[in-house]
Design a protein around this ligand. Structure first.
Ligand SMILES: C[S@@+](CC[C@H](N)C(=O)[O-])C[C@H]1O[C@@H](n2cnc3c(N)ncnc32)[C@H](O)[C@@H]1O
Length: 273
């Protein structure tokens, strides 16, 4: 599986549970080749993957809505945006900067421009930036993103990305965030705790990636400690939760009894100090 395919898979998951994810536009990205991948993942990795990714989206949907409502707009900066559609779920006083690898950005921009013209999506102020977090330097990335920020405050989203990166790139990204943001701005991040590595469900996920390996597209499988978030320079940890807790709130009927049986991701909200 190539990294860009993971973005299609996550978007399709959101479309399976619109009532939970609140992403009514995700289905625009659905396509037969992604649909063909999903039954195998749900059967061989975990049947709960679609609802968990929808819960993750719901958490950021709620966090972004309350942040931008309280601040009367601002800029959403989405690092590794994939096919996220938050920009259309917010009021039009929110500008968005979509950042991802070039193939995703080129395809996303082309489709979104078309769907806006066709009236399938509302008009929004969206900027796009093609960046590879592993290859480009801190300075290069700051020089690309900073001029695109026209409206403060900012909320940076880093969702479903850290798993694919190493520690050096992760540290680089948080230094970039510090440089881009002002006091009171926020970052929302997602990662797995290292404890998950000993669970059967996580081993099944790694096995799935290994057995569907694409030689041209290698990636990491990083987990991140809770204490990492408590020590990030320039930020304080404001809030955290996990998908297991969110399921009780937004999907009480989904029958997840034990967090060690699911690919339970953790969500963190950091505030720039
Ligand atoms: C699983 S998808 C998540 C997409 C989106 N944030 C979401 O939650 O729906 C991971 C995204 O991270 C992007 N990504 C991974 N490694 C990257 C890198 N080195 N530079 C830029 N983007 C990267 C991928 O292209 C992909 O769009």
């Amino acid at each position: 599986m190539q990294v860009h395919e993971t973005a299609f898979v996550v978007s399709t998951y959101r479309s399976h549970h619109e009532d939970v994810s609140k992403d009514t536009y995700a289905k625009l990205w659905n396509n037969p080749s992604t649909d063909a991948l999903i039954p195998d993942i749900l059967k061989n990795v975990s049947e709960h993957e679609a609802i968990l990714h929808s819960l993750r989206n719901r958490f950021f949907h709620e966090s972004l809505t309350s942040f931008f409502e309280a601040n009367n707009g601002g800029t959403l900066i989405n690092f590794g945006a994939g096919f996220s559609m938050y920009q259309f779920q917010m009021m039009n006083n929110v500008s968005t900067i979509e950042i991802d690898k070039k193939d995703i950005i080129d395809y996303k921009k082309e489709r979104i421009d078309l769907w806006i013209t066709q009236g399938k999506l509302p008009q929004r102020d969206i900027k796009y930036a093609s960046v590879d977090f592993n290859i480009q330097t801190e300075e290069e990335i700051i020089n690309i993103i900073k001029p695109l920020i026209k409206k403060e405050p900012t909320f940076i989203v880093l969702e479903g990305v850290l798993f694919f990166l190493n520690q050096n790139t992760t540290d680089k990204l948080f230094r970039i965030f510090k440089e881009l943001q002002e006091t009171g701005d926020q970052v929302g991040s997602v990662s797995y705790l290292p404890e998950i590595e000993s669970t059967e469900v996580y081993q099944r996920l790694l096995h799935y990636f290994d057995s569907h390996n694409d030689t041209n597209d290698s990636f990491m499988h990083q987990t991140t400690t809770h204490s990492f978030y408590e020590k990030i320079d320039g930020y304080h940890l404001k809030e955290y939760t996990d998908e297991f807790e969110l399921s009780k709130l937004y999907a009480p009927d989904c029958k997840i009894d034990n967090k060690s049986q699911i690919l339970n991701e953790n969500m963190y909200i950091l505030e720039r100090i």
